[in-house]
Write a protein that binds this ligand. Structure first.
Ligand SMILES: Cc1cc2nc3c(=O)[nH]c(=O)nc-3n(C[C@H](O)[C@H](O)[C@H](O)COP(=O)(O)OP(=O)(O)OC[C@H]3O[C@@H](n4cnc5c(N)ncnc54)[C@H](O)[C@@H]3O)c2cc1C
Ligand code: SF4
Length: 542
């Protein structure tokens, strides 16, 4: 993808704020709220000017989660629960089930990692929209529909962000409605873009923030919202393991009743560029066809579909979360407790701690790197972040520890031997499953229709392949171009030419912004960056 083609030097608007936050998820909005309210509810006068950039067209439109939330530390940032109304519902019943291909067995106990009685059920989209409204009430500026495209540097110091341009044509030329994205300068920039944040990755690479860290591991999470055929009792949390996952392709599934007419469900499975043929969309369809799930969904209606990668490796593979002029929050810093499938509380807590560090530095009139460094100390001292240390050591990604403790070693071994066969059949299982749009299972194209994607087709593709020859020659032979399977949006198509050569064609308007491609691409040739602001999924209540 080329840059913008201009005849004359471009004039960009320049704005200045004190704190710039990229990403209006729970991490970024919590930081913004704490910066303006200072915990004690003091007046906002004299506090930093705070601007939040969000690439989605509206607040809560591009976040996706289960979600069962650990709210133990929420009051420190957001006030007590009474203020939350029906956004947070208590968990009233929970169970864990082991599925075989036809049967389901309820575990007589709930493994510790999956106990949720103290947690609350919510829709992250709605929660985020609520957080955004509270932020605006206390004087935070939020700009939705603006993608952070590039970090601005002064030597090794981050001094702000260049926002993506609007109105660039597919060939890179400015259209009549072209508007250059402004440059926003800030004393401190908080990177809260969620998993594999584009700007966070720029900072990680330029500042060597992964030095001494290990290779990051990820999961892929696919989620759907359903209106059940018959009303359900809200507050039920069900987790399943076993079918259709194998003991080597670790994964599990969730089914949460959010309201009498709303169910959240999905699968989470490990992904790895060394094993790129896994088709998570097909796994989700298979799981829904299991009698245990089928009877819960029959007669119901699919409402929404989406996907997201999850950072699963804990501290050892999380970047140093600070540098000159910036902090990294939430999933962008890999703050996810994978053994519990929970990251919202860590996003909120990292936002709160990051904001407190900035406020201290602000009061002292010293925003130097040495000051910002204390963010990492505070994270280290927080009991909430302790489990992240165990995650890598125990390889405790969601369900992994659980599978190990339930399945005897010999069973795990047999399952492991079946892995290749499972993967091959999973890889081919997704297509050809289409039923009516509101049937139990969908093909990929139909699923994507439930993501509410808005996308101006005449814009440069935000997904690019740096070396198409790798796809044609190496990948074709070694993996059979698995991009057509691992992408839950169906963005990659493999066209076979008459002379037998292949070409990978892209359909960026299908993109779910999940970043699974960046993680799973075996050769590191797929590049994702934010499209024009306001493009992409419009989930709202995911
Ligand atoms: C299927 C699934 C189920 C999950 N279930 C649970 C659960 O039950 N409980 C739990 O606690 N956690 C769960 N998680 C994890 C949880 O959702 C995340 O840890 C949490 O959302 C991270 O918050 P965040 O603010 O760091 O990032 P996000 O929630 O991802 O928010 C990032 C925001 O930044 C915006 N953004 C990104 N890049 C840019 C850019 N360059 N410019 C402008 N805006 C940008 C995005 O559009 C988004 O709005 C689940 C995750 C998945 C995928
Ligand atoms: S192209 Fe888009 S939908 Fe497909 S894997 Fe990448 S981010 Fe997800």
């Amino acid at each position: 993808m080329g840059g913008v083609v201009f005849k004359e030097p471009m004039q960009r608007e320049r704005l200045e704020v004190d704190v710039l936050i990229v990403g209006a998820g729970p991490a970024g909005l919590t930081a913004a709220h704490v910066l303006k309210t200072r915990l004690g509810g003091e007046t906002a006068a004299g506090l930093p000017r705070v601007l939040v950039l969000e690439k989605g067209a509206e607040l809560g439109g591009q976040v996706l989660s289960g979600a069962v939330v650990d709210v133990s530390r929420f009051p420190a940032a957001w006030g007590d629960e009474a203020a939350w109304g029906d956004l947070l519902r208590p968990v009233i019943r929970e169970s864990v089930w082991l599925l075989t291909s036809r049967s389901a067995y309820r575990l007589p106990w709930i493994p510790k990692a999956l106990r949720n009685r103290e947690c609350r059920l919510t829709s992250l989209g709605r929660l985020t929209a609520w957080m955004g409204e509270r932020c605006e009430e206390v004087g935070v500026d939020i700009a939705t529909g603006f993608s952070g495209a590039e970090l601005l540097w002064d030597g090794d110091r981050v001094v702000g962000v260049r926002v993506g341009d609007f109105g660039v044509a597919r060939d890179g030329r400015p259209r009549d409605d072209f508007q250059p994205g402004p440059e926003i300068r800030a004393a401190v920039t908080l990177l809260a873009e969620g998993v594999r944040g584009t700007l966070a990755q720029q900072a990680i690479e330029r500042c060597g923030l992964m030095t001494g860290k290990s290779y990051g591991t990820y999961g892929a999470g696919l989620k759907e919202l359903w209106r059940p055929g018959i009303p359900v009792e809200p507050g039920e949390v069900i987790h399943t393991l076993g079918y259709p996952f194998s003991a080597s392709a670790f994964g599990g599934a969730f089914y949460y009743t959010l309201a009498p007419d709303l169910v959240s469900l999905g699968v989470v499975v490990e992904i790895d560029s060394r094993r790129p043929v896994l088709d998570v969309h097909a796994l989700l369809q298979r799981w829904k066809e299991h009698p245990f799930v089928r009877r819960r969904l029959t007669g119901g209606t699919l409402l929404k579909y989406g996907a997201r990668a999850l950072p699963e490796s804990g501290w050892k593979a999380s970047p140093r979360p600070w540098g000159e002029g910036f902090l990294i929050l939430g999933d962008s810093a890999a703050f996810l407790d994978a053994s519990r499938l929970k990251g919202i509380h860590l996003a909120v807590e990292s936002g709160r701690l990051g904001a407190e560090v900035i406020l201290d530095a602000w009061r002292a009139g010293d925003l130097s790197e040495e000051r910002l460094q204390s963010y990492e100390d505070r994270l280290n001292q927080s009991p909430l972040f302790q489990p992240l240390r165990g995650v890598e050591a125990l390889k405790g990604r969601w369900m992994r520890g659980l599978v190990r403790c339930i399945l005897p070693d010999s069973t795990a071994g047999r399952a492991s031997a079946r892995r290749e066969k499972d993967e091959r059949s999973a890889a081919s299982g997704g297509e050809g499953m289409a039923e009516a749009a509101c049937g139990l299972t969908q093909d990929r194209t139909t699923s994507v229709g439930f993501a509410g994607i808005v996308y101006r087709e005449d814009q440069p593709s935000h997904i690019s392949i740096s070396d198409p020859d790798v796809c044609r020659r190496r990948c074709r032979v070694e993996f059979g171009n698995p991009c057509r399977w691992f992408c839950p949006g169906g963005v990659f198509h493999v066209a076979v030419r008459s002379e037998g050569s292949v070409q990978v064609e892209l359909e960026p308007g299908n993109c779910l912004h999940c970043k699974i491609c960046e993680v799973t691409d075996p050769y590191g040739v797929v590049r994702w960056r934010p499209p024009e602001g306001g493009s992409g999924p419009r989930w709202l209540s995911m």
